[in-house]
Design a binder for this molecule. Sequence first.
Ligand SMILES: Cc1cc2nc3c(=O)[nH]c(=O)nc-3n(C[C@H](O)[C@H](O)[C@H](O)COP(=O)(O)O)c2cc1C
Length: 260
Amino acid sequence: MSDNRVHLIYFSPTGTTRTTVNAIAKGLAPEQTCDHNLTFAFDAQKQHLADGIAVIGIPVYAGRVPVDCLERLSAYTATDMPTILVALYGNREFEDALVELRDVVTTQGFKVVAAGAFIGEHSYSTPERPIAADRPDAEDVQAAIEFGRQVAAKLAGGNHDTPAMDGNVPYKERVQFGGVAPETNPATCILCGRCAAVCPVRVIKLADQVDTQADNCIMCTACVRACPTGARVFNHPLIEERRAMLFKNCSTPKAPKLFL
Ligand SMILES: Cc1cc2nc3c(=O)[nH]c(=O)nc-3n(C[C@H](O)[C@H](O)[C@H](O)COP(=O)(O)O)c2cc1C
């Protein structure tokens, strides 16, 4: 690779986007990796990235880039930095998330040279109703590493063109979230605070019980995954309905889709 530094910029409440951008970085084989984890970047400082390659990863929420990602990403600018985009989705569809991400980061000075839609375990997956459970798996990680290698070869050949990618402009209408959030069973909660610690939007407070401000919850389920006793659950009727639909219609494993 001609440029020896890779900037990993990602938002990843349940870790699948993070795993994927790291695998791509492995394929790029840089001398140095700079980690910009936006998941807990509550007061992200403005940063102009001077040199290297960027890998920018986001989870797909309702076919779009989550609003919190856009806000946190807005702290970053660059000057024509070669950039790989990753949209991580839960085996339903990624719809307009990649083209939206492309348009946003391009205005911030990143030069998109490749993009990939990868699959990760759906946030609403449960052992009873698995949806892309345990993905990215070994095959996904290998595909991401190989993708990194291919992008490195493209750049080494002097090609910095932005590829065509799936998605529509104007983007699909944004779905408004809020008012629905995971709940805690006080009988099994040990008040350890893991749920509050992993919440990327800080809506969980601990007192003599766990208090969740549902209005600002982004429904990422990081708190559910982190709970050591299974006290934290997301079984709201709207989510149960969504989970059943996803389990029924989106259980056939999809393959990563790459744009070079
Ligand atoms: C609010 C919300 C909306 C989602 N919308 C979609 C979607 O439109 N298509 C899809 O395939 N997966 C969707 N997912 C699943 C996530 O994209 C998937 O779980 C992803 O792996 C999460 O990334 P992370 O592990 O980096 O947090 C959604 C998840 C949440 C929480």
